[in-house]
Design a protein around this ligand. Structure first.
Ligand code: HEC
Length: 107
């Protein structure tokens, strides 16, 4: 009985083994605070969703290296490891329109 109860509890828990995409989604949530969760026409900042993984990663690396002029993105990009930037780029690159937060889109 105890085993059954434990099995049921474990089955109800969300998957805790975060894969690369899950980790990318977690990291990407921060970016959407400024860039928005989905491509929004008229947003002051360029949308990240809808861009290719390669283009995003190139931009992020350039921000981090300081070779692309920016106001805030240089400081932000420097706060992430190269692996984290790759995960973030991969996440946005594979989810062209998916909201990051999972909340209903209010467009
Ligand atoms: C505090 C607000 C803010 C946050 C948070 C933020 N950005 Fe930005 N982002 C900007 C601004 C402002 C620009 C325009 C460049 C500049 O002046 O820094 C920009 C530009 C970019 C660009 C260039 C887009 C293009 O098409 O030219 C990319 C890529 C980018 N951000 C990625 C990210 C990622 C990835 C994250 C999360 C790790 C993130 N940003 C978080 C404000 C933000």
């Amino acid at each position: 009985m105890r085993t059954l109860a434990l099995t049921l509890i474990l089955a109800c828990l969300p998957a805790t083994a975060a894969g690369p995409i899950d980790e990318g989604a977690r990291l990407a949530a921060t970016c959407t605070a400024c860039h928005g969760p989905t491509p929004v026409t008229g947003n002051a900042l360029p949308p990240l969703t809808g861009q290719s993984r390669e283009a995003l990663l190139a931009s992020l690396r350039a921000f981090k290296a300081g070779t692309r002029p920016a106001t805030i993105m240089t400081q932000l990009a420097k706060g992430y490891t190269d692996e984290q930037l790759a995960l973030i780029a991969a996440w946005f690159g594979q989810a062209p329109t998916a909201p990051v937060t999972g909340k209903k889109d209010r467009q």
